[in-house]
Design a binder for this molecule. Structure first.
Ligand SMILES: [Ca+2]
Ligand SMILES: [Ca+2]
Ligand SMILES: [Ca+2]
Length: 835
């Protein structure tokens, strides 16, 4: 009797909830408890076409598991396949519907999609005023993509036939003539067809009219039905970052309403998201403030207290502290409370208990931060050394890349946001080998190009770290002569000097060989730009000879007809030369006494480029970039040369710059202190007081107390800069800057942040670093130790996200050589201030 009453109560609760259905909310997306359906809250307008975070999206029990809902021209769209431009988005609250119009300019093809909330489902209908253009008839369809890592190994059923989503892509494909493939971005090709003139087209895993996905996992269960044929593809068959794609081809020759789907994401009745307890996975030093930030579902009721348990040496645990929860309030989608356990100071192993949830354990100890930069300096940085073989124990990370060197880029567009202007600005002809560039330098990020701007930043960062902290750490063997790096093998030379040398070698070669700085040394063809694997296998190591046929090798074995050689993009940019001049001055200083020859060459290029850049900028080349920006350069040059004119120039600019934007210029102002007198330090005081107020303002801005970026590339880098500036400000003005504030940045980076609580840094000491990053080994769902992830990517209108089972979104999971060397400075400064 009791049992059946419960069932009735359950049914009632369920039907009440269902009566609510998917309703448009004030933020213009469809919502019911556990399910959000977004319709072009994020449109395809990022820098790289299909970034897998646009179109119609489903956030299913807190996880964005579906996206890419739009008219697409491929069975399994890749990153550089064409995406539609959003023309219009109309929210019709009265009819619980959103209508969007989109256009493919390349094909003069317009379409309209109307998404209507109907009960627990959305109905998606496609309308055409004109039939699908002939060129893409049979190719254009409505697609929706599902996140592989949330669906693999789960079941699905199409028209009653049972199946399971594969862990790895191994389904069937065919090839078709290239002429039948829709154009790719700017006419680039993502694939090397090996001379066959045919592209690979996947065959569907299943087809039918009714698809039920993940009935074995209520959080992921979705039902899709249509009178049109549903085709399910595995996008990973073409590209490791592909998703499961469900699509229906638009009928040829038809207009009006041409297609309708019903999509019903299952909602667990009364689902409430599990609290995310943010805390530092690296741990805490005894004296520091310790505040966990707990992210709660808006429907969740905060518990009054939380506790700290200590894990004792005999393995038993006991509660050592119980404290009240304080409300912080709403921030975007969730509600936040804070738990202060600063009074727990005794060194030991602890965990937080909040309700039924126990966190990972963490240490309280004076040593917890000692190793936070070791993985970055010993592992991440040397692995990113270009033009070297990099070995670690039994593993070779990569062989020596780009042995054939770099060709002068012809006037051209590019796929990674570079371009070569109408002229080369050099003495070289297009496609001519520019000698001597295949030396030194660092891979940019998850890709393998040398971004000159980033490499300049790397050398500057490393010189700063060297001069400020003089780290003698020697864990890396670097032989420029052997072109060989061996990790964890000391060679008697401080690693940081060798890293400065390695960066400088490439940049000096650019200045000497080209005459000015390249904008980048990058891939010439898209089909090897997205390379995943050993960097040495990106090109064939043979000089490209245009008189040979593709894949043909010359009789002497030294050249080939495969156009894979890297290009140097050489359009002159006076501002880049100016930056390089500063960096060369700094590098010259650091290398003196270690590599005197390179030190002299760097100084020679510094003086020459500075003079030429000044002249060019006076004549209008990038003049606008100069304003307020060369005071940092002047400071660097003064430090390198002690020539008074540089210092005067710095002094002439700094105060106006501080009045214009004290926050942005604070780091430069602080960097000058070692060279300035007491009067300068005194005059800076009011700005430092302002800066303390700026720091405090983040306590009101968000629950985490740091600047949180909302851009297309998440904001860890800003947090690192913020943390670095606080450390320097505290170092020089301990009477103004609160010591407690030096912990803000680390706390966030190491786990006290939205979405999940894993450390965004693959740092030594963290109990739970993120498991996957967008490194060049991302196809293995792995990471390169020491990386700093961009972190929490904001998706409009209210969703922070950092996938930890899917590495392929660069805006969340990449990490750059510029950013990671900034992290080294932050880590060194932070450790230094603590001691
Ligand atoms: Ca790049
Ligand atoms: Ca060394
Ligand atoms: Ca080649």
């Amino acid at each position: 009797m009791k049992k059946s009453l419960l069932i009735i109560a359950g049914v009632l609760a369920t039907s009440l909830c269902q009566a609510q259905g998917l309703q448009l909310n004030d933020l213009e997306y469809f919502e019911r408890q556990g399910v959000n359906v977004l319709v072009f809250s994020n449109s395809f307008n990022g820098g790289f076409n299909d970034e897998k975070d646009s179109g119609i999206e489903i956030i299913h029990h807190g996880v964005r598991t579906a996206q890419g809902g739009a008219i697409r021209l491929n069975n399994a769209p890749e990153q550089w396949d064409l995406v539609p431009t959003l023309i219009n988005r109309k929210v019709d609250k009265a009819n619980n519907a959103i209508e969007i119009s989109m256009r493919y300019e390349d094909y003069d093809f317009d379409s309209k999609v109307v998404v209507t909330g109907k009960g627990n489902a959305v109905e998606i209908s496609v309308y055409l005023d004109k039939p699908v253009p002939q060129a893409i008839a049979g190719e254009a369809g409505f697609n929706l993509e599902f996140l592989p890592s949330q669906y693999w190994l789960k079941t699905f059923m199409m028209d009653g036939r049972l199946n399971r989503f594969p862990r790895y892509a191994a389904s069937e494909t065919i090839t078709r003539p290239n002429s039948e493939k829709a154009r790719q971005f700017k006419g680039f090709k993502t694939y090397d067809d090996r001379g066959t003139d045919r592209f690979i087209d996947p065959l569907p895993l299943e087809k039918g009219h009714s698809l039920l996905m993940a009935m074995d996992d209520p959080e992921r269960m979705v039902k899709v039905t249509s009178e049109a044929e549903l085709l399910l593809y595995d996008g990973r068959i073409l590209a490791q970052n592909g998703w499961f794609v469900l699509r229906s081809i638009l009928p040829a020759g038809k207009t009006g309403k041409v297609l309708t789907w019903t999509v019903e994401p299952h909602a667990i009745p009364n689902w409430i998201r599990e609290p995310n307890i943010g805390f530092s996975h690296v741990g805490y030093v005894p004296e520091q403030p310790k505040v966990a930030v707990i992210e709660l579902d808006k429907k969740d009721t905060p518990k009054p207290t939380a506790s700290i348990f200590r894990i004792r040496e005999d393995g038993t645990t006991s509660e050592v502290f119980k404290g009240n929860i304080q409300s912080w309030g709403p921030y975007f989608k969730y509600n936040y409370v804070r738990f202060d356990f600063s009074s727990v100071r005794e060194p030991g192993i602890y965990y937080i208990q909040y309700g039924d949830i126990k966190t990972n354990n963490f240490l309280i100890d004076n040593s917890v931060y000692d190793k936070i930069t070791d993985a970055t300096t010993d592992v991440w940085i040397p692995i990113h050394m270009n033009h070297m073989t990099v070995n670690e124990g039994y593993r070779v990370w990569h062989g020596e890349p780009f042995k054939e060197g770099y060709l002068q880029a012809p006037p051209s567009d590019h796929f990674d946001m570079h371009r070569q202007g109408a002229t080369t600005d050099t003495k070289y002809q297009p496609y001519e080998l520019i000698p001597g560039l295949n030396i030194g330098g660092y891979f940019d990020a998850g890709d393998f190009d040398i971004e000159t701007g980033a490499n300049i930043g790397v050398v500057e960062n490393l010189v700063r770290a060297w001069e400020l902290f003089k780290s003698q750490r020697d864990e890396t063997f670097v032989s420029e002569q052997q072109r060989y790096v061996d990790l964890h093998r000391p060679d008697g030379i401080p690693d940081i000097l060798q890293y400065i040398e390695h960066g400088t070698l490439n940049l000096v070669a650019q200045a000497e060989q080209i005459g000015h700085m390249a904008s980048t040394l990058s891939n010439s063809v898209l089909d090897n730009y997205h390379h995943l694997g050993d960097a040495a296998s990106i090109t064939d190591g043979l000089h490209y000879d245009r008189s040979l046929k593709p894949y043909e090798v010359s009789a002497d074995g030294k050249s080939s007809g495969t156009p894979d050689d890297m290009w140097a993009f050489t359009t002159r940019n006076a501002w880049m030369d100016f930056r390089a001049a500063t960096m060369f001055a700094a590098a010259s200083r650091a290398l003196e006494g270690y590599n005197d020859d390179l030190s002299k060459r760097a100084l020679t290029q510094s003086k020459r480029l500075m003079a030429e850049a000044n002249e060019l900028m006076a004549n209008g080349n990038n003049a606008s970039r100069r304003m307020g920006s060369n005071m940092a350069t002047n400071l660097q040059l003064y430090a390198a040369t002690h020539e008074q004119s540089y210092l005067d120039s710095f002094k002439n600019q700094i105060w106006q710059a501080m009045d214009d934007n004290a926050v942005n210029n604070m780091q430069t102002a602080l960097d000058a202190i070692p060279y300035m007198d007491e009067a300068y330090k005194l005059r800076l005081r009011p700005y430092i007081q302002q800066y303390q107020e700026y720091i405090n303002s983040f306590d009101k801005d968000n629950p985490y107390g740091v600047p949180i970026g909302l851009g297309n590339w998440a904001g860890s880098g800003n947090v690192v800069s913020f943390g670095t500036t606080i450390c320097f400000a505290y170092l020089y003005y301990p009477d103004i800057i609160q010591k407690d504030d030096i912990f803000r940045a680390g706390n966030y980076l190491f786990g006290c942040h939205p979405y999940h609580n894993y450390s965004l840094v693959a740092a030594i000491g963290a109990a739970r670093p993120k498991a996957v990053f967008y490194g060049n080994n991302r196809a293995d769902f792995s990471f390169i130790p020491g990386n700093v992830a961009p972190g929490l990517l904001f998706r409009q209108p209210d969703h922070f996200e950092n996938y930890d089972d899917w590495p392929f979104l660069w805006g969340q999971n990449e990490g750059t050589v510029g950013g990671n060397t900034q992290y080294v400075i932050f880590g060194e400064a932070f450790k230094n201030v603590l001691k």
